[in-house]
Ligand binder design. Sequence first.
Ligand SMILES: C[C@H](N)C(=O)N[C@@H](Cc1c[nH]cn1)C(=O)O
Ligand SMILES: [Zn+2]
Ligand SMILES: [Zn+2]
Length: 474
Amino acid sequence: MTLETLYNLIDQKKDEFIALLAKAVAIPSVSADANLRPKVYEMADFVVDEFTKLGAKMEKRDIGFHEMDGQKVPLPPIVLGQYGSDPSKKTVLIYNHFDVQPASKSDGWSTEPFKLEVDNKDRMIARGVTDDKGPLIGWMSAVQAYQECGLDFPVNLLMCFEGMEEYGSEGLDDLIRAEAQKYFAKADCVCISDTYWLGTKKPVLTYGLRGVSYFSMTVEGPAADLHSGVFGGTVHEPMTDLIAVMSSLVKPNGEILIPGIMDEVAELTSEEDRLYDTIDYEMSDLKNATGADISIYSDTKRTLQHRWRYPTLSLHGIEGAFSGSGAKTVIPAKVNGKFSIRTVPNMEPETVRKLVQDHVEKVFSALGSKNKLTFHALHAGAWWSSSPNHWHYDVGSRATERVFGVKPDFVREGGSIPVTVTFEHALNRNVLLLPMGRGDDGAHSINEKLDLDNFMKGIKLFCTYVHELALEQQ
Ligand SMILES: C[C@H](N)C(=O)N[C@@H](Cc1c[nH]cn1)C(=O)O
Ligand SMILES: [Zn+2]
Ligand SMILES: [Zn+2]
C-alpha cells in the first residue's frame, strides 16, 4: 500500500521531476574544463539548495587545490548532507557526482547538450542525464515523494556528492578517510547510483569496477608552428614523434604493447570464467550501443571479459594538433597526446605508472629525435571487486524485482568510480551499485540520454530500496 501510494505520486509528479533534472543539466559543470570550473561550484550550490529545501542539513567542504594545465586550481567543494538522524533507523550513505564530461554541439550532438530535450521515443537527451545527474535528481525526487505522500522516510540518509569524479575524484579519498569515523560513522551501508544496465531491457546490480590510470605526454621542439613546405623533412616533427610513441602503446585489436602490464593481471579462475556463460547479453547489444558493427570479438564471453576483467588502453586525443576543417599545411610546434588504461585485479596504480613511463621514455629515446618529451601521470583510480553475496545486495535485488517485475542480473562494469573502494575500506561497509540508466545511454558520448521510463522507475527504485532496507533484519 505504502509503495503503491508512492508510485502513484511519482507518476503524478513526472513533469516536476523532469523540470528539476532540466535545471541541473542546464548548469555545464564540466570538471575537466578549467574555464567551466565556476559552473561546478554553481552545481554544488544547486545540490545544497535543493536538498536544504527538502529539510536536509547540508554543508560544503573545501578540499584544497590541484594542478591543472600547469596551474594551481581550487578543487570544487564536496557536498555532505544528512537527512534524518533517528537512532532506531538504518542509515545509508548515498554518493553521486554532480560534474559531467565535456560536451559541445560541434561534437555532433543533435540538440544543445546542456538543454534537456525529450524526443519522440520518450528519451531525455542532455549531457549528464544518465551520468550522473539523473540518479542525483532521482534521490531528491525520492525524498520529495515520501514527504508529499505524508510518509516517514524509512531510513536516515547520509550524503556525499562530489564535483570531480570525471577528473579522477581528486581530493575525495582523503576526506572519506578523515570522516569515516566521524561524519560517516553511522552508515550501515553505501549506495552508489552511477553505473548502467548491461543491456536495454534487464535491470542489474553492479559488484565490480575497473580502475583507471590517465596519462599524457607532451612533445615539443620548434619555437612556433612551422610551414611544412619550408621545414618538412629538415626538422624532427613533434606530431610524428608523438604518433610513433602512441602507436607503440596498443594494437588495433586491443592488445596492450607495454611490457609487463599483463603480468600484473590476476589470472581468471575457471569458476570466474564460468560466470560469464550465464550473463544475459547479446552481441547485438554491443552493436546497438555503439551504433556500428565494430566488435573485436565475435562472442559475448570474450567481449564481457575484455570489458570487465582485462585491462584496456584507449587513446583519447591530441591537444595542439591541427583539427579544423580544410587542409592546413602546418607542423604543430607542441602536441600533447592523452591516453588511459582501465585497470583490473591486481594492478597497482604506481606499478602501472612506472611501466608506462619507462616504456614511453624508452620508445621516444629510440626515435633519436631532438624534440623534448615530457610524461604526465594525470590521475589514477583503483579497481573494485566485491561479492553480491551480501544482505545489502538482497535488499537491492528485492527492490529491483518489485519495481521491474524481474530479478536483476549481477554484473561488473568496465568504467571506474574511484571512491568506491575507498568507501568500502575506510568505512568497512558494503557498497551496492544500483544503476538507473540503460547500457545504450551513451554516457561520455554525444546525445547522452536517459529513458523517461528508467528515470521514473529509478525514482521508484530508490523509494523501494529504502523501504526494503528498513525491513531488512540485519
Ligand atoms: C562509471 C562512471 N559513471 C564514470 O563515468 N566514471 C568515469 C571516471 C573517470 C575517471 N577519469 C575520468 N573519468 C570513467 O569511468 O571514465
Ligand atoms: Zn562518467
Ligand atoms: Zn559517473
